[in-house]
Ligand binder design. Structure first.
Ligand SMILES: Cc1ncc(COP(=O)(O)O)c(C=O)c1O
Length: 496
């Protein structure tokens, strides 16, 4: 019988070094602790969140269940059974029934999911959004490389940059101009079409990544252009929807799957589960496109065979195993998804609108800030009715320092990072400061000839669940505005 470590130990195991707590602070690189942190205002779900009390209770309960099952079964078997239950529930909460022929596989993070898609499909060329707008490891993961020197999650340290035989090329496309404003849709369509046409004419197999949504909340490059290109070269073009933010309604997810697009999700962004957890929803059309391809032995550093749905010959060279850390992280996320899925549209819209109005107004009126514009999300070509996922849930903005003479100066990237860090960990000079977690700063154009970063306030599923209590809803909006006040104060405290 295998003794199961504590829930907190498991929660930080079975992933890459991004989830490892610092031995001194006990926090991971995003400032997340392994226990619920009720004094932190969690407004950073576009990057990572601290586990909630609900999530912790669910993870504890599943750990106990697994410990009991392990008295009579091997870890691989218990893991596989519990993951299979999780798979059924995730598909069911997305409104996907058995007749839809959609499967799901699990991996340690959204980046791991991208790595597995690359290794499985082995495209000659992948086209995706500017890497600054998505996970920092995606470019490596999608081209067959380890995404960091300690990115494996099932053990072993990579000794080479590439993890297996396959190496793919990558073409990336800017989503914003030098001001950080979204590029015109026509411009994006033209540059993507040119790149696809020339590769398709050379008979290349292409993976197009449709990012819905990116770190700053854009849908890129537009659904109709992807549909048009796929319809033109249906044998050569395959589509991965990077929905790792999981800011999508079940209708939208099903509509993507019905197109034959596979959909990457995580439990650790909008859902507010602990860092990190990933899943891939696989429609039959996509698995058929990969038919006959075996995953390289080396992929075993990122994936166990029993994390895949049964009957996939691609996993023949992978070992079976157990990653109870991943299972518990997903279970914590599912605790949020269960409650969130039970909410009606009419229960979501009021908070989404009030939060947006309050934040937009504040950013507009305070000269310490400049909102980064996001056009409305256009998913009309999927043909499903508009839902809550059409609303903005990520609010990026650039921070300025206001000087006594009325002049304002944009913060350099280093200073924005410092603001982000001091919001979570106030310096001793501000002992009474409240603690806020925002999305990590993202490179977002230039001001005065200098690259600048956007900080991000985010709405998460746990916030929408808690907002059903009007008093808590009000408090969360006030927290977001208090975070902005605090940012202005920190920015002004920097003197050269
Ligand atoms: C759009 C998008 N895709 C993928 C990722 C990578 O996911 P993960 O952080 O789980 O590796 C991120 C991370 O921020 C993201 O924003």
């Amino acid at each position: 019988m295998m003794p199961l470590p504590s829930t907190t130990t498991l929660l930080v195991s079975g992933g890459d070094s991004r989830i490892t707590p610092d031995p001194i602070t006990g926090l991971n690189k995003y400032g997340c602790s392994t226990e619920p942190d009720t004094t932190l205002a969690a407004l950073g779900s576009s990057t990572a969140s601290v586990i909630s009390e609900r999530g912790m209770a669910a993870a504890n309960a599943l750990r106990e269940k697994c410990a009991a099952l392990l008295m009579h079964a091997t870890p691989d078997t218990v893991y596989e059974q519990q993951l299979s239950a999780l798979r059924s529930e995730l598909l069911s909460l997305c409104g996907i029934n058995e007749g839809a022929h959609v499967d799901a596989l699990f991996a340690a993070s959204g980046t791991d999911i991208h790595l597995l898609v690359g290794q499985w499909l082995q495209p000659d060329l992948t086209l995706m959004i500017d890497p600054a707008e998505t996970g920092s490891g995606l470019a490596a993961a999608l081209t067959g490389k380890h995404f960091s020197t300690d990115s494996t999650c099932t053990g072993g340290v990579p000794t080479t940059a590439h993890l297996g035989q396959w190496q793919g090329a990558l073409n990336t496309f800017a989503a914003r101009d030098r001001q950080g404003h979204p590029l015109d849709a026509h411009h994006i369509e033209t540059s993507l079409t040119t790149a696809v046409e020339s590769a398709a004419k050379e008979n290349k197999r292409l993976l197009l990544v449709l990012t819905d949504v990116c770190k700053t909340g854009l849908l890129f490059p537009g659904i109709s252009v992807i549909q048009r290109l796929r319809d033109q070269w249906p044998e050569q073009i395959h589509v991965l929807v990077d929905a790792c933010q999981f800011r999508l309604s079940p209708q939208t997810i099903r509509a993507y799957l019905a197109q034959g697009f596979c959909v990457a999700l995580t439990g650790s962004k909008f859902l507010g589960g602990p860092t990190f957890s990933g899943a891939l929803l696989i429609p039959q059309a996509f698995s058929l496109a990969c038919e006959g391809r075996m995953l390289d032995h080396a992929v075993g550093a990122y994936s166990y065979a029993n994390e895949w749905p049964s009957g996939y010959s691609a996993t023949r060279h992978l070992q079976r195993g157990a990653n109870f850390g991943l299972l518990l992280r997903w279970e914590a996320a599912m605790a949020e998804l269960r409650l969130f899925s039970a909410l009606e549209e009419a229960q979501l819209q009021p908070f989404l609108h009030r939060f947006k109005e309050a934040v937009d107004t504040y950013l507009e009126q305070n000269s310490h800030f400049e909102a980064v514009p996001n056009p409305p999300l256009d998913r009309r070509s999927l043909g499903c009715p508009p839902a809550w996922d059409n609303e903005q849930t990520i609010f990026p903005f650039i921070v300025y320092q206001c000087l006594e003479n009325g002049i304002r100066r944009p913060l350099a990237r280093k200073a924005s990072l410092l603001v982000y860090q001091q919001l979570q960990h106030p310096p001793t000079s501000r002992p009474k400061q409240r603690r806020f977690q925002l999305g990590q700063p993202v490179l977002c154009g230039e001001r005065e000839g200098m690259p600048v970063s956007a900080l991000r306030l985010c709405i998460s599923a746990p916030m929408l669940i808690d907002a059903q209590d009007p008093v808590i809803a009000e408090k969360m909006i006030n927290d977001a505005l208090a975070a902005l006040d605090c940012i202005a104060e920190i920015a002004d405290s920097f003197r050269d």
